[in-house]
Design a protein around this ligand. Structure first.
Ligand code: AMP
Ligand code: ZN
Length: 460
């Protein structure tokens, strides 16, 4: 089988074979969440999609040969405002939000640093936080000022967009269009309306660090600079894949490219740029500002994380997803069938080609999931599902977890089952049916097997 992964690259607007710069260190960066408040399910989409890509790259290149950095934005206007409102530090606020987010991601079957990192080896998965990389940001800003790509004005440092001849190559926006967009409200200290903030002075009470560029007052970083700093620190000046939601192409990714390339004098920041489409509600992007969002927490109260993951991956990552109850119900039914087929079988040795091949074609998850659904062999099905982050548990484990989550009194259920068996032995069918009804009322489904045993499950 040809194991070549092909990816659609926003930079070239083409699908092409993926070749890592260093085969023994494939490097990927994904722009992560801004942790000022509970994440909505749209925020989970890039995390799930790029988790799948991370798993696939580990499968193709070897677990020790892939490095993944997914950052956390833990300083920005919204975070500062929210922390001030609550009278706590930004660290206290973001630590709390991040811990809750991590709990949710675990439920979604997303790999975490502690799942993949090996003590004594180069980290395979890092989750850098912006506030831990202020020194790197300052260093980049200083270099940009020194080389004439940035200037100081009114205690701000601004990136000088006209100093970069091919600014706009990623988003491919015509210059006049970008100018028209930027002209809405131009700060007086900007030389060009396209120039963007690298560093700004902190207002009283805001988090503040010593400023670069000889600025006397303390300040804080602009948004884009953090990703140039964190990707540099953890992946180097140039790396393989940079990923994020489609809304980040402009201005965020365009400006990251400008900062990194002008700082390091490199022809590209990352070779391949991947962007996921939006998760939508009635045709509109789910977002905090539109108020049409459902938090991940709310969804995970009603649905197992594995169902949410499947509902998300059923659509190709570049397409929009309309989030519906029907989609979740379908995903739930699919998973029931997989668990029933895979049972408690151990995984097979080889990943089924029918599942791997569509994934190699720009992560065609819809086709790969359909192939998994067709498999009848328990071990093969488990292996295909495992590759995509499903069926980490056996059927028995899943049933035990469902019982635990339901809060049922297991001893009371077992006693009723015994009572019913006794009634059946005495051919007291009326009593047997009555007890079955009682169990059903508790949410317990009873199944009499051909071998004379009776099993029970929590009805889902
Ligand atoms: P934010 O916390 O808004 O900075 O977003 C974190 C990540 O979630 C970014 O990669 C965004 O592109 C992505 N994102 C935000 N909203 C959606 C959505 N409705 N659908 C898909 N991705 C989204
Ligand atoms: Zn970023």
């Amino acid at each position: 089988m040809d194991l070549m992964l092909r990816l659609y690259n926003t930079l070239t607007r083409e699908k092409a074979a993926f070749t890592p710069i260093q085969p023994k260190n494939v490097r990927i960066y994904a722009c992560g969440p801004t942790v000022y408040d509970a994440a909505h399910i749209g925020n989970a989409r890039p995390i799930i999609v790029f988790d799948l890509l991370f798993r696939l790259l580990r499968h193709l290149h070897g677990e020790a040969h892939v490095t993944y950095a997914r950052n956390v934005t833990d300083v920005d206007d919204k975070i500062n405002a929210r922390a001030a409102e609550r009278g706590i530090t930004i660290r206290e606020l973001t630590d709390g939000t991040l811990a809750a987010f991590h709990d949710d991601l675990r439920k979604l079957g997303v790999l975490m640093p502690e799942d993949v990192n090996v003590t004594g080896e180069r980290p395979r998965f890092v989750e850098p936080r912006a506030t831990d990389h202020i020194a790197e940001m300052v260093a980049i800003v200083e270099r940009l000022v020194a080389s004439g790509h940035a200037y100081v004005a009114d205690d701000h440092v601004l990136f000088d967009v006209p100093s970069m001849s091919d600014y706009g190559a990623l988003s491919k926006r015509p210059l006049d269009e970008m100018e028209a967009g930027a002209r809405v409200e131009v700060a007086a200290y900007k030389r060009s309306c396209l120039d963007f903030v690298l560093w700004k002075p902190s207002k009283p009470g805001e988090p503040a660090w010593p400023s670069p560029g000889g600025i006397a007052v303390q300040g804080r970083p602009g948004w884009h600079i953090e990703c140039s700093a964190m990707s540099w620190k953890h992946l180097g000046e140039t790396f393989d894949i940079h990923a994020g939601g489609i809304d980040l192409i402009f201005p965020h990714h365009e400006n990251e490219v400008a900062q990194s390339r002008c700082c390091f004098g490199t022809p590209v920041m990352a070779n391949v740029w991947l962007h996921n489409g939006f998760l939508q509600v009635e045709g509109q992007k789910m977002s905090k500002s539109l108020g049409n969002f459902i938090t991940l927490r709310e969804v995970l109260k009603d649905w197992p994380g594995e169902v949410v993951r499947l509902a998300m991956l059923k659509t190709h990552y570049r397409q929009p997803i309309d989030w519906t109850l029907r989609g979740l119900e379908e995903a739930s039914r699919m998973l029931d069938r997989w668990y029933a087929t895979a049972g408690d079988a151990a995984p097979a040795l080889a990943v089924p080609a029918a599942v791997l091949e569509p994934l190699l074609d720009d992560l065609n998850t819809a086709a790969a999931l359909a192939e998994i659904h067709r498999l009848d062999d328990p071990a093969t099905l488990r292996t295909g599902a495992n590759l995509m982050g499903f069926l980490a548990r056996t059927r028995s484990d899943r049933e035990a977890a469902t019982v635990a989550a339901s809060g049922l009194d297991v001893a009371a259920v077992e006693a009723l089952i015994e009572e019913r068996l006794a009634a059946r032995r005495a051919k007291d069918w009326a009593a047997s049916d009555r007890i079955r009804g009682e169990l059903a009322g508790m949410g317990v489904a009873v199944k009499d097997d051909k071998d004379g045993t009776t099993t029970w499950t929590v009805a889902t």
